[in-house]
Design a protein around this ligand. Sequence first.
Ligand code: ZN
Length: 424
Amino acid sequence: MNQFATTGLKKSDLAQFAPTKKTNYKILYGLPTEVKFCTRCVISNQRPNSTVEFKNKQIKKETIIFDKNGVCSACLYAEIKDNEIDWHKREKELIKLCNFYRSKKGNYDCIVPGSGGKDSAFAAHILKYKFKMNPLTVTWAPHVYTDVGFGNFQSWIQSGFDNVLFSPNGKLHRLLTKLAFQNLLHPFQPFIVGQRHIAPKSSVLYNIPLVFYGENPAEYGNNIKENYIPTMNPKFYEETPDLKKVILGGVSAKELIKKYNLTENELLPYIPADKKLVKKVGTTVHYLGYYLKWDPQEAFYYASENTGFKPNTERTEGSYSKYSSIDDRIDPFHYYTTLIKFGIGRATYDASQEVRNKKITREEGVGLVKRFDGEFPAKYFKQILEYMDLTEEDFWTLINKGRSSHLWKFENDEWSLRHGVWMQ
Ligand SMILES: [Zn+2]
């Protein structure tokens, strides 16, 4: 038994998690009470949609929508991608867009943010070598690089790109990561904020209006209609400069400055682009996945062939995959928190996407989820706790407090999920 199995919980709290409990659960994050699984992929209805992370303060989450046949919106859109969208026509739209912005003198004419992982490697390379653009690539550094991630980042640059690597102030980034873990059980949040802002802000800084992100996050389950819009909603990256509006790690920027003796300037990298400057430069953020049919495995093949991308030698903890999100040692830790909060681990995300893209069958996906989803991220666990300056006891206290009792039960000194796609 894990000596910290019930750390942070009182005896009376544990009644919530009794295997016999059937109603009046303690439900966090506003999740749906009844747990359902998509009948086509392996995602559950507990999956939250994307939020505006710099305003994220433990608000009630919207979750993926299922239709009357129990099919999730991501699967419905995958079907539309296969059968309804005229990709030839979409590529022509991309050519038109590139023609409008392409620099005749060879100056930078678009910004491509990324880490040099398979998706950004694919995006930058195809824009440069097929669509004859001159991208400037920009990178928000991972918390703690993995060797394979840093190698891929270098190979990407070596394959023909200028890159600006932004590494946030380590002392501050560690603090924000810790607060995000403590207050939201979302240690990845400050990274997402930085990564989301770096490209629009680089657009303003270097006066390069056109920005390309990869696929639209809506492909994975936000409102399906968002997929029909080629551009990112500006609410995700711009704001009038007002520190009161920015919340990081669940704490307002104003409060952070006061409590931790920070300066406004130190928080600048996390503050969204100034609305006025965005307008002046004419920044426009497009999803390349709107124009080119996005398929993560195909992006992997493309990047292997063209930018020297290498998969990991071993599978990612919590999953079976070897080539997605492999550059940051905090990644498996992050997905462990999604397992705790939503009952959805890394293998569920990976397998759902691969079922939709017809790389594996649903049955195979179910088996992979059963086998890997609950795996503990042991490899870098101690290092990540040190990074956040937390003890193992702190960790389990936060984890146990982050469990909803409609998802988790405690039986024979062990935690397990009440519902799993393999139990259906
Ligand atoms: Zn589905």
